[in-house]
Write a protein that binds this ligand. Structure first.
Ligand SMILES: Cc1cc2nc3c(=O)[nH]c(=O)nc-3n(C[C@H](O)[C@H](O)[C@H](O)COP(=O)(O)OP(=O)(O)OC[C@H]3O[C@@H](n4cnc5c(N)ncnc54)[C@H](O)[C@@H]3O)c2cc1C
Length: 273
């Protein structure tokens, strides 16, 4: 299922890096891959612990969480072009990774079957702690020098506490992307909403969409079986019999109300089919 190759690949003599190839056929579960890498001391995807789905799907929306994206460590993907009927390999740049985005959502949408993904991971662990309460949880546990396993366990615990398990309550995870705004717009927002949450990204400011939705009053809202999750406003949930159209209609109402309150357009993260 996985191939661990020796350090120093591609002739670049990076002795601390390993490449791991994960066959996505017939669908290795992402969490199994994360568990494999964490238990083998290979760093790079521990912040992506517990994202549901398969390895083959990970490049499609460039899955990401807690300050890390799959595209940060994907070296290449191998797959089959369904129209040209030929095998292909795409390097990291050719995959066009962006925030929850890749070439597979655009030019190659539904055209490539990804059969394996090659990741470059590191034996040297440099924890990424800046997002989503990881530091706070480390402090609570009195951990000053966290291991790979500590980070993976903490992400697992935070996610379990915040996210509904799709086998209990129907949901597709985060429904919206976190918007980014420029300095001027951010300063105006900060004046109007001094407690606004944000992450600085170079010249831009990323605002958690969950914070915007919650402060537009949607957290815990429910209309029939369509709702906004009461523990994390970024997640729309189906309590049983809501139709796709009802979930979509709710998402449009939320989008409009966030725009009316904050002047920010939030975009869907999920694919509507
Ligand atoms: C509770 C919950 C939490 C979530 N949290 C996060 C999160 O933190 N971060 C994040 O980024 N996402 C998150 N998601 C979204 C989801 O986990 C990802 O989109 C994941 O990659 C979906 O995997 P899947 O195997 O279910 O793919 P599917 O949903 O079945 O497919 C997604 C797309 O990928 C295509 N696809 C699937 N496999 C392949 C393949 N082998 N080759 C080519 N195309 C393929 C499909 O055709 C489809 O277009 C969450 C979802 C849930 C339900």
């Amino acid at each position: 299922m996985y191939k661990n190759t020796s350090p120093g690949l591609n002739g670049n003599n990076q002795k601390d890096t390993y490449q791991v190839r994960s066959e996505s056929r017939p669908g290795v579960i992402w969490q199994e891959l994360v568990e494999y890498t964490v238990s083998h001391g290979l760093a790079g995807i521990e912040n992506l612990t517990l994202i549901p789905g398969t390895v083959g799907a990970a490049p499609i929306q460039n899955i990401g969480a807690y300050g890390v994206e799959a595209g940060d460590v994907i070296v290449r993907i191998n797959g089959f072009h369904l129209e040209k009927r030929e095998w292909l390999t795409l390097g990291n740049k050719e995959c066009g990774f962006g925030y929850r985005d890749s070439i597979f959502k655009h030019e190659l949408r539904n055209k490539v079957l990804i059969t394996s993904v090659v990741l470059r991971l590191s034996k040297v662990f440099r924890p990424k702690l800046d997002y989503g309460g990881i530091k706070e949880e480390l402090a609570k546990r009195d951990i000053t020098n966290p291991s790979l396993r500590d980070i993976s366990d903490i992400v697992l615990q935070i996610r379990r506490a915040k996210l509904p398990d799709p086998s209990d309550i129907g949901n597709a995870g985060s429904f919206f992307k976190n918007p980014t705004v420029g300095k001027g717009e951010f300063e105006n927002l900060l004046k109007a909403f001094p407690d606004i949450r944000y992450y600085r990204q170079g010249e831009l400011y990323k605002i958690p969409a969950g914070w915007l939705i919650e402060h537009a009053g949607w957290k815990g809202y429910r209309l029939d079986d369509a709702g906004c999750y009461d523990r994390q406003a970024l997640i729309l949930v189906n309590y049983g019999r809501a139709t796709g159209a009802e979930i979509l209609a709710l998402s449009e109402k939320i989008k409009r109300s966030v725009f009316n309150k904050f002047g920010i357009i939030i975009e869907r993260e999920v694919n509507v089919i």
